[in-house]
Design a protein. Structure first.
Length: 280
């Protein structure tokens, strides 16, 4: 009997040191997208859950919604890696009277942790803006605003096209990469472009930084009407893919990256997530 107890104890010890925890995956994500790259206003890192809990199933998503929470619970995920933070704003109460309260209570009740890289992922060395710049075939890619520690990373990206590129051609490349049926453009499609700025999501607050860098084209997810007017007046073309489309592809790639890094885990991008904005 003692011999059996020793064997069982040893087996549990081996299992405990080989099982992945929330903190182990969080440490990898912090290395991949360092939190120092996040905007000052952002809320990134481990936002819900116990870092010590073990993880076998991980779901990535763009945003925590009732649909994504339902899928995570149904599929028995222990960790959600959500690009957009949840919670984002300060919560003064957590009750079932609000959507955020119900989702947060459901996550806590079922033991699902939430990690968000958000703007750190946007700005990382292999982050969203870098991937968009590479997909557009830009050269000499660099950040619009450099990180103080590593000047090769930072907020936004910009790079250069071949001499014959036009606004319409750059829009077509983006459509192909993101598999879109359409997108919005500000400017003449035939206008030549040589320097392209990129800031995914709602990134056009970097318009002035793009102009200072000498860019004549700006790729983002969405823009305010008056930002579009300002861009038009200053002669810089805008290509707007939609907030969802400009970032969701990277959530899918992140799931692949996590699956490759942690082959013992089951990792998948949320299957129920959809762009709430539809074109008719």
């Amino acid at each position: 009997m003692p011999h059996n107890r020793l064997q069982i104890g040893a087996a549990w010890y081996i299992l405990s040191i080989t099982m992945l925890t929330v903190s182990a995956i969080a440490a990898f994500l912090e290395d991949f997208a360092p939190q120092r790259l996040a905007a000052e206003w952002d809320n990134v890192g481990l936002l819900v859950g116990d870092a010590r809990h073990s993880v076998e199933r991980v779901m990535t998503c763009l945003t925590i919604t009732p649909q994504s929470v339902e899928e995570a619970i149904k599929e028995k995920a222990e960790l959600i890696v959500s690009h957009h933070p949840f919670p984002f704003h300060e919560l003064k109460r957590v009750t079932t009277d609000t959507t955020d309260g119900r989702m947060l209570l459901d996550l806590i009740r079922t033991g699902i942790a939430v990690y968000s890289p958000h703007t750190a992922f946007d700005s990382a060395r292999s982050g969203i803006n870098q991937r968009l710049a590479e997909a557009l075939g830009l050269s000499d890619i660099g950040p619009l605003i450099s990180d103080s520690i590593d000047p090769n990373v930072g907020t936004g990206r910009y790079g250069f096209t071949e001499s014959s590129a036009t606004l319409g051609q750059m829009a077509a490349r983006l459509k192909d990469f993101l598999n879109l049926s359409g997108l919005q453009v500000v400017g003449d499609a035939s206008m030549p472009v040589s320097a392209v700025a990129i800031a995914c999501g709602s990134g056009t607050e970097l318009l002035e930084a793009a102009l200072r860098a000498g860019c004549d084209c700006f790729v983002s997810g969405e823009a305010r009407f008056h930002t579009c007017l300002a861009a038009e007046a200053q002669g810089i073309g805008l290509i707007l893919a939609g907030h969802f489309a400009s970032e969701r592809f990277a959530v899918e790639r992140l799931a692949e990256l996590l699956a490759a890094e942690f082959p013992s885990e089951t990792v998948w991008p949320c299957r129920q997530e959809r762009d709430p904005v539809q074109w008719l």
